[in-house]
Design a protein around this ligand. Structure first.
Ligand code: SF4
Ligand code: SF4
Length: 423
């Protein structure tokens, strides 16, 4: 109450009191001179001037359409030569839409249970479930709520497990497809491929991290107390999980992302997240740096550049889709798993960027890693463009890949975990 009372006069002084009356609203709309200074400063380039032009003619749809993508930063108001409280005009015109806003959300389920992890964990480690996409963080997406709907729907159709929390979980419940369905109505909520799970509030992000920790504990008997390094080593090399904080990136979301990074889980942030000017990116072109130990014998073995980063930014939904698929690839993938993940990486790149990814061949260890439906086409490219040797009678790769596939390999970054090195 004390804060509200202190803030009230400041709000009043800055003309931030109530929404304008109908008369004031009309006056404000007609005072716009369409200089577009507001648009130039808007971080999401919203067509404010056009929306005012429509409103002058009595059509409020332009202003109503700004309500969802507007991040409420108020920058536009600071440059308007007519001192129009632009945010208030957007809110005023959207009052009915706001009143009628209703969504459906699956109840926050809390932790993923051990029996569920026992059932699904092996598919994650071998790669036959292509990955977990954890969509977390704050709202205010670059192109509005449809952004995260699009990403989640695409990944769910491709059998990724999509785990959501907090604002991202609520926003998904607000957006409906053309049949009036939310994704919660379209996809079931178990911890298995192609399912959409809401773990709960933003604080429940810990349940997502703890799921990865539990996989390490259950499948590799990693001690989970005082053993962060070994747990993170297991997660980074074996569990195809990627975090996505697509909306505005609060300090809390930043801290959550850092927590995931410490556990070996890569995180992609949306265009607003780039303002933190923080990135943890690898050098995929330095091929000789991408090695792990094989815990069976301590041999150093080459791997593909996966995950390529621990923290980075994507600018558009189109860019982020193949990035997610690529960063769910892990050294421990078996042939079937790698084939499934590579199929999604290639298909998403072609669908959203219109091109074959330039590094797809770096993830191929044998012909069995190639997407089945495109095997001939891709073998041909490997031969013609990358100089790989192909036995066309057997449709086998004779030479070319920098790494070999071994079904029993136990990738680790920790030499002490190798046989004979135990301390
Ligand atoms: S800055 Fe103000 S006057 Fe200029 S286009 Fe935007 S709302 Fe209109
Ligand atoms: S308040 Fe909304 S419209 Fe104004 S600059 Fe920020 S995002 Fe753009």
């Amino acid at each position: 109450t004390r804060v509200a009372m202190e803030v009230a006069p400041i709000r009043s002084e800055n003309n931030m009191t109530a929404l304008p009356s109908d008369d004031e609203f009309n006056e404000l709309i007609n005072s716009c001179v369409h200089c577009q200074l507001c648009e130039n400063t808007c971080p999401t380039n919203l067509p404010i001037s056009d929306a005012f032009r429509l409103a002058e003619e009595g059509d409020m749809s332009g202003l109503v359409d700004l309500h969802d993508p507007c991040v409420g930063c108020g920058k536009c108001e600071t440059v308007c030569p007519k001192d129009i409280p632009i945010l208030n005009t957007i809110e005023k015109s959207s009052q009915q839409a706001i009143r009628e806003e209703k969504g459906k959300i699956r109840v926050g389920r809390g932790q993923i249970s051990d029996p569920e992890i026992r059932e699904e964990g092996v598919n994650l480690v071998l790669g036959t479930t292509p990955g977990i996409v954890a969509m977390v963080g704050c709202s205010n997406y670059a192109e509005g709520t449809q952004d995260i709907y699009k990403i989640a729907d695409e990944m769910l159709q491709r059998n990724y497990i999509v785990v959501v929390s907090g604002c991202a979980a609520m926003d998904l419940g607000m957006y409906k497809n053309k049949d009036g369905e939310t994704l919660y109505e379209k996809y079931p909520g178990k911890f298995t491929k192609g399912n959409l799970l809401n773990v709960g509030s933003c604080v429940s992000n810990s349940h997502i991290a703890s799921t990865a920790i539990k996989v390490a504990a259950i499948f590799a008997q990693r001690k989970i107390s005082g053993n962060y390094e070994e747990v993170a080593d297991y997660i980074m090399n074996r569990i195809g999980a990627t975090g996505l904080a697509w909306g505005a990136y609060s300090q809390k979301a930043s801290a959550i992302a850092s927590g995931c990074n410490r556990l070996g889980i890569p995180v992609i942030v949306g265009p607003h997240g780039s303002k933190y000017r923080r990135a943890l990116i690898g050098r995929p072109y330095a091929e000789d740096k991408w090695n792990v130990y094989d815990a069976r014998n301590g041999d150093v073995i080459p791997i593909a550049s996966v995950p390529e980063f621990l923290l980075t930014t994507a600018g558009t939904v189109e860019e982020v889709m193949p990035m997610i698929a690529k960063n769910c690839i892990r050294p421990s993938d078996n042939n079937m798993g790698r084939m499934i993940k590579l199929t999604h990486y290639i298909e998403l790149s072609k669908k959203y960027l219109g091109v074959l990814p330039e590094d797809w061949h770096n993830f191929v260890r044998s012909e069995q890693d190639l997407p089945l439906a495109k095997r001939d086409e891709l073998l041909n490219i490997l031969e013609k463009e990358h100089g790989w040797e192909i036995d066309w009678d057997k449709k086998k790769i004779i030479s070319g890949p920098s790494m070999k596939f071994d079904v029993s390999v136990q990738p680790t970054n920790l030499e002490r975990l190798c046989k004979g090195q135990e301390v």
